[in-house]
Design a protein around this ligand. Sequence first.
Ligand code: HMG
Ligand code: MG
Length: 287
Amino acid sequence: MQDKQVELYEVGPRDGLQNEPKKIATTDKIALVNSLNEVGFSLIEATSFVSPKWVPQLGDASALMAGIERKKGVRYAVLTPNMRGYEDARNAQADEIAVFGAASEGFSQKNINCTIEESLERFRPVVKAALRDNIAARGYISVVTHCPYDGAVPAQAVLDMAEAMLDMGCYEISLGDTTGHATPETVSALLDVVAKKLPPKILVGHFHDTRNRAVENVMICLEYGIRKFDASVSGLGGCPFSPGAKGNVSTKLLHDKLTEKGWHTGLDRQALERSEALVAQMGITPR
Ligand code: HMG
Ligand code: MG
């Protein structure tokens, strides 16, 4: 990576659409991923292999994966909470999978219906199987500073989960500000613990933009050496189990703010605008 290079991962087709109440046709989702192929991302999070009872919008994950155009150099990643999800993801030829846990018991229960300890037990065989199959595994940690159910989250809980995920074989940890309540102060307090212990190159910032602080939070992460960030086309997104949370930071907004400050994302802004136009055409608006 050249100096002042940052990498933006596009999570819109997954985080962006999972919270959308309006039924979106699989063909529209496929068109969105195909259009994002032109932007220059190295990773597009395409969908989740989760229970359709919990997240009905992504119940077409296999059809979506079968329908998208695979562009050379792009990894198509998916979320897999358990072995069932992993098997389906592998059959759908996902390039990468992600397990997703939480740093608070309250959010773990609401999101994946188990305790933190139980979630780690579920993730271990998933990551093991992925590594056996040469599929890279990422670990997401939700509610890294603030939980909608339990309140403030201690940084040590995030570090503990990150270390457990790395131990099982995850190559990267995405730090999720699920609610969008993080501030530069709370992000600094988190990274004083987590980025002091773990190499920043394996950390990713994932900020929802509920209070319009996501860009500032990204800037703090840069000070700690973090160079990878999740972002979402048109700022779509939100977790159905995080009430009131808005979308991820918009990919275009983040690209623009980083570019202003002399950082390079390598993304094609015009192609990104075309993807945004497609989102608008699909009648999806960020909340
Ligand atoms: P459960 O009900 O405890 O699990 O759900 P279960 O094993 O008892 O299964 C219940 C039913 O679901 C069964 O079907 C299973 O077959 C089925 P039934 O027998 O009742 O007909 N099932 C599945 N079906 C398809 N694919 C699967 C699967 N697993 C079970 N993989 C479970 C546990 C984790 C499955 C459930 O809670 C779930 O799917 N939760 C979804 C959570 C989710 O997707 N949340 C949003 C993504 S996380 C997020 O947005 C945060 C993030 O962006 C970072 C941040 O912002 O912080 C990543
Ligand atoms: Mg998220």
